[in-house]
Design a protein around this ligand. Structure first.
Ligand code: UD1
Length: 423
């Protein structure tokens, strides 16, 4: 089994550039279905989840040329299938992002129903209710969601119970081809939603208000292929910022928009980390002990759940105690149990984690519980005394490109190796 080993206690300094955002690239790839022809996406991260989305598109009949490591040329003119099988949805839930564009282009889609995952039940009821309001009829059988539009797609007002990113995206991608105007109330406001809206508008769609809680979409008859650059990955940036903050830096993190991490940067400053913001970059350093700060995760512009584990890792080393409240996913504290193997003192009560700072971690054998938890374990390994070995690193590969190489370029003593670890 492949593992990541880290010898703790070495400083990290220098410069690191983040890739395009995973959570944007996946949806933009799906959105190319809407415009028959050849679209080009640049700044696409070379990560496992993007490869799965590539397989989903090919399964539908698209052709993909990898022009260079970060440029995908996607030809969707020959898409003539509408089914996304379970083996792909099971590998990556975001495969369900093709539901909206398939409905938008063909008026029909069959997508395997995603099950729960290791951070929660992650239902898609809001996607389905919203699409129903536009005239989509669903038939659920044998684990598949079959969508049809016997009376066409018609704009409607949809109020989401929760500002779900996935539901907002699927609704946007279907409604760009609906008759009339669709309004999404309580829409997600993440920068990746704005990136998708920008690309849809470049294709000829009329999407207004993305980045605010009310998005209005005026349906159009056709969309044209585009060339579009994926927005920088604020979560990859946040991960390196957290690492630099814990290790002391200085580290310059480049390739993203600091405003997309507004609340994270504010909280990190309260923790005693110095952050110098510049155009598409931040310089991170720390010379005082880490201070405890309460955190609660919320949809954007709230504190991102995707930064919760990395932040918990930092707070577990603060001088004092604080509370982290997870409001987005019901089961996203598994990282805390792994970190306890390295000497942390964290008590979980429902969706609250009471974090009592400890003076240091000790290197141990740990298992990546999920994507961000895996990265946060590597972060703990950087400052732990001794060697940390992380298994199940396929989670990390899902969302971080050249993770080990980037850490090494900052001076970390880290490597990937084959190791026999008993199951
Ligand atoms: C996206 C991101 C993920 C991030 C999350 C929250 C991708 C590929 N993933 O996931 O990295 O952690 O946003 O910022 O972009 N919910 C329902 N019913 C629904 C839809 C959602 O109950 O129909 C619940 C989910 O179970 C979850 C919460 O709403 O508890 C947030 O989900 P959502 O914003 O939809 O997250 P994703 O789009 O799946």
């Amino acid at each position: 089994m492949e593992v990541i080993t880290i010898e703790g206690g070495h400083p990290i300094t220098g410069e690191v550039t983040v890739e395009g955002a995973k959570n944007s690239a996946l949806k933009l790839m799906a959105a190319t279905i809407l415009a028959p022809g050849v679209s080009t996406l640049t700044n696409v991260p070379n990560i496992a989840d993007v490869h799965v989305m590539g397989k989903v598109l090919k399964e539908l009949g698209a052709k993909i040329v990898v022009a260079d490591e970060h440029t995908l040329i996607i030809d969707t003119s020959a898409v003539d299938r509408w089914e996304t099988p379970y083996h792909l949805v099971a590998q990556m839930r975001a495969s369900t992002a093709v539901l909206g564009p398939l409905i938008g282009r063909f008026g029909k889609a069959t997508v395997a129903m995603p099950g729960g995952c290791n951070i929660g039940a992650r239902k898609i009821d809001m996607h389905l209710l919203g699409l129903q309001a536009l005239g989509v009829e669903f038939d659920m059988s044998h684990g598949d969601i079959c969508a049809t539009t016997p009376h066409g797609l018609t704009g409607a007002t949809v109020s989401l119970d929760f500002a779900s990113g996935g539901a907002t995206e699927n609704l946007m991608m279907a409604s760009v081809r609906a008759k009339g105007i669709t309004t999404i109330d309580n829409a997600a406001r993440e920068p990746e939603i704005v990136d998708l809206a920008n690309m849809l508008n470049e294709m000829g769609a009329k999407v207004r208000g993305a980045g605010t809680p009310v998005i209005e979409i005026e349906g159009v008859a056709e969309l044209a292929p585009v060339v579009h650059e994926v927005v920088g990955d604020r979560i990859e940036a946040g991960t390196f910022i957290a690492m630099a903050g814990v290790c002391g830096g200085p580290v310059t993190v480049k390739g993203f928009e600091p405003a997309h991490l507004g609340l994270v940067l504010k909280k990190y400053e309260q923790m005693g980390i110095t952050i110098e913001q510049g155009p598409r970059q931040c310089v991170i350093a720390r010379s005082v002990p880490l201070r405890p700060v309460d955190i609660q995760t919320l949809p954007f512009p709230g504190f991102p759940t995707d930064m919760q584990a990395q932040t918990m890792c930092a707070l577990a080393l603060a001088e004092g105690s604080c509370v982290i409240t997870e409001n987005v996913f019901e089961n996203r504290f598994m990282f805390a149990s792994e970190l306890s193997r390295m000497g942390s003192n964290i008590v979980i009560e429902g969706h609250h984690a009471i974090v009592h700072g400890v003076p240091g971690f000790s290197g141990a054998q740990v298992k990546a519980p999920d994507l961000r938890g895996g990265a946060a374990l590597a972060m703990a390994g950087l400052v732990a005394e001794g060697v940390t070995t992380i298994s199940d690193i396929y989670h990390i590969d899902r969302g971080y490109e050249r993770f080990v190489e980037k850490l090494r370029s900052l001076g970390a003593k880290v490597s990937r190796e084959e190791q026999d670890i008993p199951e």
